[in-house]
Write a protein that binds this ligand. Structure first.
Ligand SMILES: NC(=O)c1ccc[n+]([C@@H]2O[C@H](COP(=O)([O-])OP(=O)(O)OC[C@H]3O[C@@H](n4cnc5c(N)ncnc54)[C@H](O)[C@@H]3O)[C@@H](O)[C@H]2O)c1
Length: 331
């Protein structure tokens, strides 16, 4: 099978390697010439390992689109709409979309599957699957055991993506028909991971982190259910699973960004210093809009938003959360 990968960052390149391991042909497209040339030299700016010989990249979108009718999207969600507009102008055949980016568009509160439907002409759209779950690229590139979920409203499409990415040595993919739950869980966990990092930056201990992860899961469930997904999905790989790997790992960029927020580093400086995508901060903005427009209770997200916007000192965050009315934990 031939697969085009849009975005040759850490995750797109890693999934390219999975495809090659599984006997598929790939072509990666990226706007960053440094990434394209490094990949073609079988190296990558974010990894020390040698990439497989079959790894190929281009900065020519026309070539990338002509290469296959399966398009794997692995760019930051903030550029997804504009990238899809460019793709749509060049598409000549029905194309299948797989998305691995995790986020919600703050202006529209749309998920990536909805943005794809907005931007791709009906006659060029063959299906959509979100491939998501607990996965650090840094581990998958070393072929360390990882479990993912292929979520789609169409079972055959989910099975198709399951079969492309699964192998018997390090990657196992489950199917799910709860596309909303999987997409929303993957996005919201990044926001909670930022809060968890802030907790560490503030010097709070493991008690606080465990409490925050538990209360964070509650906020994930609330958003998943509000947006039409299933609560149970939030308790699986794409929700709790992904939250665990992100909210307690120094490998996570969202956790690292939060840690810097906790240390009092300004948000602009955090963005400048990070060479890679930090989805969680933008997702916090999206979730704050969702919460304020719909009266959805998301206290952790709200406090994080106030800090990011400069309305609350990070050192005042804990007193603010603790001054809320005392409550029961009965569900
Ligand atoms: N890194 C991980 O472990 C991981 C795991 C699962 C999911 N994800 C998700 O995958 C997405 C991508 O993550 P990443 O880690 O690869 O990020 P990254 O920052 O490493 O890479 C993003 C890539 O997109 C490219 N890009 C940016 N704008 C572009 C455009 N207009 N056209 C083409 N390419 C463009 C950049 O040059 C870069 O190479 C994010 O949404 C992230 O949440 C990442």
């Amino acid at each position: 099978m031939r697969i085009t990968i849009i975005g040759g960052g850490a995750w797109g390149t890693t999934l390219g390697q999975v495809c090659i391991d599984n006997g598929h042909e790939i072509l990666i497209y990226d706007v960053n010439p440094k990434h394209v040339s490094k990949i073609n030299q079988l190296t990558h700016p974010f990894f020390e390992t040698q990439l497989p010989n079959q790894m190929k990249a281009t900065d020519n979108l026309n070539h990338a689109i002509a290469f296959s009718d399966i398009m794997l999207l692995s760019v930051p969600t903030k550029v997804i709409r504009v990238v899809l507009k460019d793709i749509n102008k060049l598409l000549k055949k029905p194309t299948f979309f797989i998305n691995v980016s995790k986020g919600i568009e703050p202006e529209t509160l749309k998920r990536v599957s909805e943005i794809v439907l907005d931007e791709i002409d009906h006659q060029h759209y063959k299906g959509f699957v979100a491939l998501t779950g607990p996965s650090h690229a840094e581990e998958v590139i070393l072929r360390k055991l990882t479990l993912l979920v292929a979520a789609s409203t169409n079972f055959e499409d989910a099975k198709f993506v399951q079969s492309i990415f699964s192998n018997e040595s390090y990657l196992r993919v489950y199917t799910s028909l709860d596309l909303i739950g999987a997409e929303v869980g993957g996005a919201v966990k990044n926001a909670i991971a930022v809060v968890s990092g802030a907790c560490t930056g503030l010097g709070l201990g493991e008690n606080a982190r465990a409490a925050l992860i538990s209360r964070g899961i509650l906020e994930i469930v609330r958003v998943v259910e509000f947006m039409g997904g299933k609560k149970e999905t939030a308790f699986g790989l794409t929700g709790i699973g992904d939250l665990i790997v992100t909210a307690s790992s120094e490998n996570s960029r969202n956790f690292q960004a939060g840690k810097k927020i906790g240390l009092g580093i300004p948000i602009e400086q955090i963005y400048q210093e990070s060479k890679q995508t930090i989805e969680g901060i933008r997702t916090i903005e999206a979730l704050e809009h969702l919460s304020s427009q719909n009266g959805l209770e998301l206290p952790l997200i709200h406090v994080a938003y106030e800090i990011i916007k400069g309305n609350l000192l990070v050192t005042d965050a804990v007193p603010k959360l603790l001054s809320r009315d005392l409550k029961s934990e009965d569900f």
